[in-house]
Design a protein around this ligand. Structure first.
Ligand SMILES: *[C@@H]1O[C@H](CO)[C@@H](O)[C@H](O)[C@H]1NC(C)=O
Length: 311
């Protein structure tokens, strides 16, 4: 044990001066993993050139010496404060932090990652093509990139500032297995469908924070042409996985049921719901498969409470 203690004490000594105390800790369930950080450090503020939105990048040192880096939208009232994206960082003995894409801090992201394995859209060790719409800090796609190297990943993000931010502060990388496209996600899917490109997973995490009713996904994704293209761009066993954050899901659910044969939804401990839809009925018990996938991905205790219900 002595070496662990030595590592921790030197790490803390090295890191302490950099962290400043702050009172405005994020206080929603989305930021639960940040409960009671001992130190909070603001790293950067980056503002969009497309909108008035600014993003604050912070780093929290928790009591158990875990380091979490996260991003918040500036100007939100405290009651709405939440981390848009968060990743765990690894701390070495000199107190330097490195990206750790091997785990996921936000439950809805972990659930979105596990969902394709629950229906057989993805299988461990098999190649697959994943489209993510809405980058955030890139934790979902960078987890898959580091843990499932046989996957091909395309990420579409509207805001170039978000792409810069994900690369600079969250360790997102473009290479032969993962590429980032700057553009409109709905347009991208329409074009992909027209060209006959197929994806095993379309992970939709595109939000409009100004719209209470259609916050996530943004209203554009309810369009007939977009929905038809999403369906068209999925393989027969493919899955659409959506981060849902809305004051009323009735319209989204009925829209999805018009296009897909089967849909499931799971409530997170935060306000988010993860909704998954397929063109064809999956084989076997999805919840059994979800538990198994969660375990394979290292999310089993984190997602033990998650339950997908058919709608
Ligand atoms: C949700 O929206 C639907 C359709 O617009 C409406 O009929 C329903 O009353 C709404 N539910 C709530 C709880 O507001």
């Amino acid at each position: 044990m002595w070496w662990i203690l030595a590592l921790f004490s030197s790490a803390v000594a090295a890191v302490h001066p950099a962290f400043a105390r702050q009172d405005d800790l994020p206080n929603t369930a989305e930021a639960d993993h940040l409960n009671h950080p001992t130190k909070l450090q603001e790293l950067d503020v980056m503002c969009s050139r497309l909108s008035d939105d600014c993003y604050v990048i912070k780093q929290a040192l928790k009591k158990d010496f875990q380091v979490v880096r996260f991003m918040e939208q500036q100007g939100y009232s405290k009651s709405k404060y939440h981390a848009i994206s968060a990743i765990n960082m690894k701390m070495d003995s000199s107190g330097n932090v490195k990206f750790n894409h091997g785990s996921i801090t936000i439950d809805y992201i972990a659930t979105m990652i596990a969902a394709p394995y629950m229906t057989g859209a993805l299988e461990f060790g098999r190649p697959g093509h994943v489209l993510r719409i809405g980058l955030g800090g890139g934790s979902l796609d960078m987890f898959l990139h580091s843990q499932q190297p046989q996957l091909r990943i395309t990420v579409v993000e509207l805001d170039p500032t978000m792409v810069e931010l994900a690369k600079k502060w969250f360790g997102a990388v473009d290479d032969e297995r993962r590429r980032t496209v700057i553009g409109d996600g709905a347009d991208f899917v329409v074009k992909a469908a027209r060209e006959g490109t197929k994806f095993d997973v379309i992970a939709l995490d595109a939000c409009n924070s100004a719209d209470e009713m259609f916050k996530c996904p943004a209203r554009a994704f309810y369009d007939r042409e977009t929905m038809e293209s999403v369906k068209e761009a999925l393989t027969d066993t493919g899955i659409l996985v959506i981060n849902v954050l809305s004051s009323n899901n009735t319209i989204l659910y009925s829209t999805l049921r018009q296009y897909f044969a089967v849909c499931f939804s799971a409530q997170m401990q935060s306000q988010n719901q993860v909704t998954a839809c397929m063109k064809n009925e999956p084989e076997g018990s999805v919840m059994k498969a979800f538990r198994k996938a969660s375990k394979m991905l290292g999310f089993d205790s984190q997602l033990a409470y998650v339950n997908f219900v058919r709608f």
